[in-house]
Design a protein around this ligand. Structure first.
Ligand code: ZN
Length: 589
């Protein structure tokens, strides 16, 4: 496997013989080669032999829906995405497909748009386009946070719509409003599902002002894409109906959700549905691309193939879930459903925001829908078990720990720890002492605390089960905490991993060599170390004291040059690729 990766690395960064000159604004070949030399290609190709004819037919429509989602996502991240890609493609052909433009096409694929992440973690345009704005293309390019905040203070009634998860914010100019009115006139399906909207826009047009803002639902902002998605999902539903009637119902509900801009029916039938072999995550859920307010969800799509045997084995193991909850070191208890909608899948293809090497998903995030219907857990086995990704984990592990531990890490340990991490989100307190949700009580620290709780519940549960693969699970738990660079405080995952690492050192589970910083593990101390930190995390969550949690993070995130930085250097030089392009056999790649 390693030689295969090396081959890809060479292909991606082969220099051409003569330098081809491009117009200003395009990166040079050496600029792109620097990043591509740190990029590897992963290809996912699960066998589709288990699918019957009906499912295969539906899959084709789902794949074409995915392509629509992909372009939609790129457009919502950058206004010039589609135009700059078209120009680059025609330049590539006109110049006879030289390395310089091939590299730029690879960069576009890697970054899903014309803005690259550089080796020193900056975001930079590599095509002649405007720089990236924090609000991406779902807020006006020239709008600042202060302007929008001021408008919301003066117009509190607009708050809900402007900060909605699935709406695009615009300046209230006559041209913008008239374009939205024209959309509703042209698309009767969307007009009918948004009654009163056209009248509201006509009223707003009379008071148009570039200082003011308004928002339109994604269905109105992206009418062409949404009606195409509606048609593709409806077609897929008809085809898959004979093989999997429940999946067909979910696809129809989601198709309507996309044009009505209300996800409740699709989320309900997704989370509570019992599907056969296919599953799909479809729609806008995660908000981390919105750097202006952190509220806008961006589009994504994953098409998944269920691993029947692994899923039923997993569901059996979940029979004892209540006993894990009851054993957690905290007072208030809750009833946990033991028919959790969890499945093990191979990724057939990912699109848009879901494209990458994410190992597991738990959705939806909406608090009301979660309370009503629960959340579905999707474990992505062919990513968790990918040999190239595991090879990188193993290189890091061996660089960071003493030789005695060289063979402790296995991909199975990673899979089990990840699975129980997702289940961990279901256990422990979901509200604080005062009955507030933890997001409200712990504000900016809520995510880091919740993720740390899930990491620790995972290790706690697997220790209690005396799992046969415990050593590999324990090693995975330590691997998880290793950092290749000092975390920023706005990075919840890395921050809580550093807290665990420092706690492990403090309790003697880890000991660092004073010269090399390599780690020795005292596995005998593992259970007590996990119990003590889990107890503290559950206590802090239930207390709901934001200041106390802040003090806890301040105390446990120290970073020293002689230990942390030295270890980070070892990891950086061992890790290999920084970036990954994922390709999919189902897309003919
Ligand atoms: Zn998590």
């Amino acid at each position: 496997m390693r030689s295969a990766i090396a081959m890809f690395l060479v292909c991606l960064s082969t220099p051409s013989l003569g330098q081809t000159a491009l117009p200003p604004g395009y990166w040079t070949e050496s600029q792109s080669a620097e990043i591509l030399a740190k990029t590897e290609v992963i290809r996912l190709a699960p066998s589709l032999d288990a699918l019957d004819e009906a499912e295969r037919g539906a899959l084709q429509d789902l794949l074409s829906a995915g392509e629509v989602m992909q372009r939609l996502y790129e457009r919502s991240k950058h206004p010039e995405a589609a135009a700059s890609l078209e120009k680059l493609k025609s330049l590539h052909e006109k110049l006879g497909q030289p390395a310089v433009t091939r590299n730029l096409l690879d960069l576009y694929r890697l970054n899903q748009g014309p803005i690259a992440i550089t080796l020193d973690n900056r975001r930079e345009a590599f095509l002649p386009v405007a720089p990236q704005t924090p609000g991406k293309n779902v807020y006006p390019a020239d709008a600042t946070r202060e302007q929008v905040d001021r408008f919301l203070t003066d117009h509190p009634a607009q708050r809900g719509e402007i900060l909605a998860e699935r709406s695009v914010v615009r300046r209230a100019t006559r041209a913008n409003i008239e374009a939205d009115i024209a959309t509703l006139e042209r698309f009767p399906l969307i007009r009918g599902l948004h009654p009163g909207r056209i009248e509201n826009l006509r009223f707003l047009a009379k008071r148009a002002s570039p200082e003011a803002f308004y928002a339109v639902p994604y269905a109105i902002a992206y009418p062409q894409e949404m009606t195409r998605l509606f048609a593709s999902l409806m077609r897929a539903a008809d085809k898959v109906e004979p093989a999997d009637a429940e999946f067909a119902r979910y696809l129809r509900n989601r198709a309507r959700d996309l044009v009505s801009n209300d996800y409740e029916s699709g989320d309900a039938s997704w989370v509570t549905g019992r599907f056969a072999r296919l599953n799909a995550q479809i729609g806008a859920y995660e908000t981390y691309d919105d750097a202006l307010f952190g509220v806008k969800a961006f589009h994504s799509m994953s098409i998944l193939l269920r691993d029947e045997a692994a899923t039923s084995e997993l569901r059996k193991a979940l029979g004892g879930i209540q006993s894990i909850e009851d054993a957690l070191p905290y007072e208030p208890r809750r009833r946990v459903r033991d028919d959790m909608p969890v499945g093990v899948y191979d990724v057939i293809a990912d699109f848009a925001q879901a494209r990458g090497t994410n190992t597991a998903t738990i959705l939806p995030n909406d608090a009301l829908f979660t309370r009503r219907y629960g959340r579905t857990i999707l474990l992505r086995a062919n990513i968790m078990k990918n040999p190239a990704l595991f090879a990188a984990d193993e290189r890091i592990w061996r660089a960071a720990t003493a030789d005695a531990h060289a063979n402790d890490l296995t991909s199975e340990g990673n899979v089990l720890r990840t699975l129980w991490h997702e289940i961990g989100h279901y256990l422990g307190p979901d509200r604080d002492r005062q009955g507030r949700t933890l997001d409200v009580a712990l504000a900016n620290h809520a995510d880091a605390m919740e993720e740390m709780k899930s990491d620790l519940v995972s290790l706690f549960a697997l220790h209690r089960m005396k799992h046969p693969s415990l050593r590999a699970i324990q090693a995975s738990g330590i691997k998880r905490t290793l950092q290749n660079v000092k975390p920023r405080s706005d990075q919840p995952y890395q921050t809580m991993q550093l807290v665990q690492f420092n706690w492990f050192l403090d309790k003697g589970l880890l000991r660092a060599d004073p010269v090399t910083a390599r780690l020795t593990i005292d596995y005998g101390r593992y259970p007590d170390t996990i119990d003590s930190l889990l107890k503290e995390v559950l206590r802090l969550q239930y207390a709901g004291d934001e200041a106390a949690v802040g003090a806890f993070f301040a105390k446990w995130t120290r970073w020293t040059p002689e230990l942390h930085e030295k270890l980070a250097e070892r990891i950086r030089s061992a890790q290999g690729a920084r970036f990954r392009i994922v390709k999919y056999a189902a897309l003919g790649e």
